[in-house]
Design a protein around this ligand. Sequence first.
Ligand code: PRT
Length: 286
Amino acid sequence: MEEKLKIAVQKSGRLHDGSISLLRECGIRIDNGFDQLIAPAFDFPADVLFLRNSDIPQYLEDGVADIAILGENVVIEKEKECEVVEKLGFSRCRLSLAIPRNEKYDGPGWFKNKKLATSYPNTLRKYLMNNNIDAEIHEISGSVEIAPNIGLADGICDLVSSGSTLFKNGLKEVEVILKSEACFVKGPALNKAKQAVAGEILFRIRSVLASRNNKYILLNAPDEKLEDICKILPGMKSPTIMPLALKGWSSVHSVISETDFWAVIGQLKEKGAQGILVIPIEKMVV
Ligand code: PRT
């Protein structure tokens, strides 16, 4: 029997739910995987492994897992043999340098000869080297943000999303070292059969992401405005145009990206579009 593809996801934490729901939208369903270390997927040649996010790069390098969903910040920090193939658009954060709020900050030179607490020593070391800053790195595994208040460090390098943890601890963010989000990562040595299964998952993920980023739009337009309206709504190839029962009017169907949405709606109304409907797309095969 052919060996199944092993997909690693975070066992519990910020990435878990997003990873499981993305797999589910890709048709990869598992039975109550949360309590298990490994769960077989229904109707798909894969097993899902539940691991700590920070351990996954090593498991990919060792071939224990074949592909994974994990934070890009961890891939960069761990420096293991694995490749980011696709960014997935959730669990967005940044790795930043922060210092006590009342400190005057005049650029990265502030960090010279300072003591910095972090759980990301490799990424921080590279940043300091690239900026010619000589500073002491103090590695700690959690609650980095309290380090300056207890006299353990002058500043910190930690993940930030809303910024409220920094604020509550009297710190301010002064430099962003990297931006991160969940990503689809591939190990170094997949055989041909596993490459094919991983390729199928990637294809499905891209279809799901495209559907999340796009909307289906329907509108009615006077025939004499169709040319202008089609220029605003290019669609996947071109818009579909169907005549309405009412003479001189047509229905236009197309796809628009989530980011262009409000600007496009305004332009369409200006050109005489009426009865505009915008509908989520379940899957979009790209
Ligand atoms: O235990 P395991 O190895 O599985 O993971 P972990 O302890 O790193 O887990 P978890 O769930 O905390 O984080 C998993 C991943 O989520 C990280 O590697 C990032 O890719 C991503 N992520 C996104 C974050 C945050 N946002 C985040 N805000 N990870 C951590 N934080 C922490 C940060 O360290 C700080 O303590 O949240 C606090 C700051 O948040 P704000 O909103 O107050 O700025």
